[in-house]
Design a protein around this ligand. Sequence first.
Ligand code: AYL
Length: 535
Amino acid sequence: GFCSSNSVFYSKRKPLPLPQNPSLDVTTFISSHAHHGRIAFIDAATGNHFTFHQLWRAVDAVASSLYDIGIRKGNVVLLLSPNSIYFPVVCLAVMSLGAIITTTNPLNTAAEIRKQINDSKPRIAFTIPPLASKIAAASPSLPIILMEADTSSSFPSAVTTLSRMMEKESSSSRVKERVNQDDTATLLYSSGTTGPSKGVVSSHLNLMAMVQIVLGRFNIEEGQTFICTVPMFHIYGLVAFATGLLAAGATIVVLSKFEMHDMLSAIERYKATYLPLVPPILVAMLNNADAIKGKYDLRSLHSVLSGGAPLSKEVIEGFVEKYPNVTILQGYGLTESTGVGASTDSLEESRRYGTAGLLSPGTQAKIVDPDSGLALPVNRTGELWLRGPTIMKGYFSNEEATASTLDSEGWLRTGDVCFIDNDGFIFIVDRLKELIKYKGYQVPPAELEALLLTHPDIADAAVIPFPDKEAGQFPMAYVVRKAGSSISEKEVMDFVAKQVAPYKRIRKVAFISSVPKNPSGKILRRDLINLATSK
Ligand code: AYL
């Protein structure tokens, strides 16, 4: 059976072969799936596009150019950009050199980007002209490569442009450094189960295993068209649109950001078949279903993918009723599992409303009782632990966080509360970890608490998730005022809003006399969540 006597759950999906050659990089692996003349990427707004052939030529040219300016295996390259057809070119070129790509949310403030720069120490950054000033403010000496021609102003730190790099003829002078499967490919930031954001070290093997999982999920022989509106800087978008779906030969229509009208007209114009989303966009599509159906021809669409945050039963049921010809496919995963850890891949599997699906091929699970530490059998609820070829190597230069997240046998503590039913389907029922998910974006409470404590009127603070129909959750702060202070809710919210990206803003404040903590000083968040939601 899929659940053994030691309470390890094994994937019920067909195992997928991993490449055997120990020195193989993920870019070479993906490009070995040739799709020649087919279109890889289309910019939804301009119609600019790349065939697969043009894509791989561009990747090779950019890799050669990076090599020429001194980028080598192990160097970190920062990418700060909204979605574009060039985003994957940069990622693939960097990884093909054995260099490491670190992405960041374009909404982040200069101070937030500075933290990531200080931690990951990139040698160079790719960005678009409107965002270059953020990098310059975060790190004035970091060289910048502009991803679009700069028409307005010029940046002293800009060394070249991506288009110039892409024009480079393939050079034979480049010594191809040996890249091993175990070498680091990506460094995406996640707060994990506790504390501030940390660099998640994913190897070429991790990414190749994820490519195989994506290939197994979508059988794309006939050619399918995907809409890319979820961010490519996040693991969800990265493993789909910059790696996995390229191996599958899908055509990807890229939107620079989410905008409902643009997304729906792109589906109509390009006859898209697959639409990967985060739950808040499904909620919006449900709430406006009648108007949408009157205005756009969505007949080409056969699947909407939902991942990154929980999708409620009510939304699934409503969506199925309003869009009867569209199948909702679920994906569950973490940055730390380099993407999809479980998924539903067919209408039949998705009919089990509320499930996150079956374990990905090659992935194992345990359900661990948080109190006793014992692994539990089917239908019992506990913390989900995952093991397999997609699990990260660890957090970047943070042994303590790594040790408390990965055990010696390679199990990843997900911080999600789940059970697995008799047929192997995973149900996510709660979140044990601190993480707040606002519209699918990660908001680490510890970062906001640290910021609140810098306010002269605040003695102590705790930040918790508050449930919200549209966003999923938003950050709420419990604040202890200093003696004599009369700081208001609005002042607290404004203080934070000025210093963080908009998705991290605190949207509700309550004052208390002290923050409940356990004897070792850990905030009793569950008590505060109960307090916040009981009225
Ligand atoms: P991170 N249902 C419930 N919670 C989810 C789900 C889901 N389907 N997916 C993710 N989460 C929560 O690192 C959960 O708490 O990556 C998990 O621990 O930003 C946390 O989000 C991880 O957040 C896909 C689908 C990649 C999902 C992903 C992972 C994206 C989230 C590719 O196809």
